[in-house]
Design a protein around this ligand. Structure first.
Ligand code: NI
Length: 176
């Protein structure tokens, strides 16, 4: 297992449409293990493959409090959604922001597990939120896309400044 680097906004890979997985082989299991390790280390409740630069339809999720309920969803699809919920959301790829996002309260999901077996399940509330957030990633969508354009442009500005400062600090170090 290995920790992978988590890409952050505005990295263009986060905007790509992930490809479906066709081979349920050893390399997929290895990738899923790396993703789980990276997610727990961050720590986060979910991670999509594009967040580590792999543009394939794979997400790992552990929405449990005890962090002992790992779920890997391959080629996940949200079949239907009902009701709505509004709650605070953040993302490992969207540094320094959390905001209220509206999501379905209850969803029906179809996916495959790492062995290639088809699974179907229902998710509610917090768990449903996490699944919707991660499936969004696979379509190149970030939670900031659900915010008002004003909030989004404020974040863009903030992030630009942040990156500039990081770069300046790096250059400073190199000068010394
Ligand atoms: Ni995210």
């Amino acid at each position: 297992m290995a920790l992978r680097e988590i890409l952050t906004y505005p990295n263009p890979i986060l905007r790509q449409n992930a490809e479906p997985v066709t081979d349920f082989d050893e390399s997929l299991r290895k990738l899923v293990n790396d993703m789980a390790e990276t997610m727990y280390d961050a720590p986060g409740v979910g991670l999509a493959a594009n967040q580590i630069g792999v543009v394939q339809q794979i997400v790992v999720i552990d929405a449990s409090e005890e962090k002992n309920d790992l779920m890997a969803l391959i080629n996940p699809e949200i079949l239907s959604g009902e009701g709505s919920q509004v709650d605070e959301e953040g993302c490992l790829s969207v540094v320094g922001l959390s905001a209220k996002v509206k999501r379905f309260n209850k969803i029906k999901v179809k996916a495959f597990d790492v062995e290639g077996k088809e699974i179907e399940f229902e998710a509610e509330e917090w768990f449903a939120r996490v699944v919707q957030h991660e499936v969004d990633h696979l379509k190149g969508t970030l939670f900031i896309d659900h915010l008002s354009s004003l909030k989004r442009s404020l974040y863009k500005k903030k992030r630009k400044k942040q990156l500039k400062e990081e770069q300046a600090a790096k250059n400073d170090k190199q000068d010394k």
